[in-house]
Design a protein around this ligand. Structure first.
Ligand code: FMN
Length: 221
């Protein structure tokens, strides 16, 4: 007599129930793993200089994020046509933006992202004009109807500049801090790098590179 034959009806029933329960448990585990949504991380390259210090920083952060399973993308503001905001408030009245340019496609991309990394060098103690125009167009997210599209996003700031004095970046940092506070987007990390001038010079700063990569890993979690 094998072990199954030796069991009574109720023992077999309990045994079957136990197996089914463990199958359920395994299936649940598989489903949970499958539905674990990848974080979407969007790098916004606000320097006109490709392969420059801002680009290198953003690439390293995104590299780390990708290694840890995030979906990543970088947009080059310099390749796009993003005009200044006219302050017409068409977007607040449920109408399309009066500027028919590339920003209209970016609204959707921004809305779908979990983390936005704003990369800009210091240009005359502020951000580049590319980044300023991009940020001005966030007025779209400031009306009641569109607020939900920016809700729950987190922001990171990546800023290289030439001078060796950290205070050089203060006006720029303040501008972002105040704007994000207004928009209710937590600024979770600021990577501020003084003393870099030449294109891609920042690559020589190994600790900064490692830090950018680590931040990327963290953002993917
Ligand atoms: C128009 C312009 C203005 C700049 N203004 C400043 C400045 O106010 N302070 C500073 O430290 N560096 C300034 N810089 C230097 C850049 O911040 C620095 O070269 C930075 O590393 C450039 O980053 P990128 O390689 O990503 O373009 C300026 C550069 C340009 C082209």
């Amino acid at each position: 007599m094998n072990s199954i034959q030796g069991m009574g009806i109720s023992t077999i029933y309990l045994f079957k129930k136990k197996i089914l329960k463990s199958v359920d448990f395994i299936m649940e585990d598989i489903e949970m793993k499958e539905t674990k949504v990848k974080k979407k991380i969007l790098g916004i390259m606000g320097s006109p200089r490709k392969n420059g210090n801002t680009h290198v920083m953003l690439s390293k952060i995104l590299e780390g994020a990708k290694e840890s399973g995030a979906e990543t993308e970088i947009i080059f503001l310099g390749d796009l046509r993003i005009q200044e905001c006219d302050g017409c408030y068409a977007c607040w009245n449920g109408n399309n933006c009066s500027k028919q340019d590339d920003m209209n496609d970016l609204y959707e991309k921004i809305s779908e992202s979990d983390v936005l990394i704003f990369g800009t060098p210091v240009y005359w103690y502020g951000p580049t004009a590319l980044m300023k125009a991009f940020l001005a167009r966030f007025v779209y997210f400031n009306c009641t109807e569109n607020r939900k599209k920016i809700k729950n996003k987190r922001a990171v700031l990546a800023v290289p500049f030439e001078e060796n004095n950290l205070e050089t970046a203060n006006p720029l940092i303040q501008m972002f801090e105040k704007s994000f506070k207004y928009l209710n987007i937590p600024l979770i990390e600021k990577i501020i790098v003084p003393g870099v001038t030449e294109r891609g010079e920042i690559l020589k700063k190994e600790k900064i590179m490692m830090y950018c990569q680590e931040i990327g890993h963290e953002l993917a979690k």
